[in-house]
Design a protein around this ligand. Structure first.
Ligand code: CDP
Length: 209
């Protein structure tokens, strides 16, 4: 059991499997997990209600991270709009860095974890898949929750968000130089999890030597 900080940083586009992989790593190694997308979704949801996004990010409370509404397609788009505002990102930065340093280990997933938040993370992964594969996964998730968006609409949403997230000036989404690329297009979820766990194990073994 690790007591020193050990950080796993995972970036990648929408519905690539980051969340599932991060939760599995956290459970396997006993690390804490932070889904940083939730921070931006919470600010996006407050902005949809009329709040100023910068003020909302500066005053964000843990309760704002709860609730099923944060997972809707509408909030996802609002999240990606507020995420392009540099002051929103800087207001959320220290909380994420603190989380990454917690004793016992932490996994953070998002878009700029390897590039900006934790450039010295012990393990850096960029989890990706084709836009079509990701849209189909997200469409299944949304349909299971009763959302009636078509696959084409979900694919459009994914592409709009990919473009906005990777072309913005503030912390654009891109693989960090030292990140391992995990393309999950042709992998089952079990294979994707096993691949990610093997990278962490390799690094933990390396740290002991
Ligand atoms: O779950 P999904 O991958 O669809 O999205 P998410 O991780 O919840 O992120 C929602 C939006 O927040 C993204 O489209 C990004 O614009 C933004 N985000 C970000 O800019 N930086 C992060 N570290 C995490 C999310």
């Amino acid at each position: 059991m690790h007591s020193a900080p050990f950080t796993v940083a995972i970036d990648g586009p929408a519905a690539a499997g980051k969340g599932t992989i991060s939760r599995a790593i956290a459970e396997h190694f006993g690390f804490a997990h932070l889904d940083t997308g939730l921070l931006y979704r919470a600010v996006g949801a407050l902005a949809l209600e009329g709040a100023n996004p910068i003020e909302a990010a500066q005053a964000l409370q843990p309760e704002a991270l709860e609730g099923g509404r944060l997972r809707t397609a509408e909030v996802a788009q609002a999240a990606s709009r507020v995420a392009a505002i540099p002051e929103v990102r800087s207001a959320l930065l220290e909380f994420q860095r603190e989380f990454a340093r917690r004793p016992g280990g932490a996994v953070l997933d998002g878009r700029d974890i390897c590039t900006v938040i934790c450039p010295d993370a012990d393990v850096q992964l960029f989890v990706t898949a084709s836009a079509e594969t990701r849209a189909e996964r997200r469409w299944r998730e949304l349909s299971a929750k009763g959302d009636d968006r078509t696959l084409e609409q979900v694919l459009d949403d994914v592409r709009i968000r990919d473009t906005r997230d990777s072309e913005r000036d503030a912390a654009p989404m891109r693989p960090a130089e030292g990140a391992q690329i995990v393309d999950t297009s042709e992998m089952s979820i079990e294979e994707a999890i096993a691949t990610a766990i093997s990278y962490v194990e390799r690094r933990k073994g390396f740290d002991r030597n």
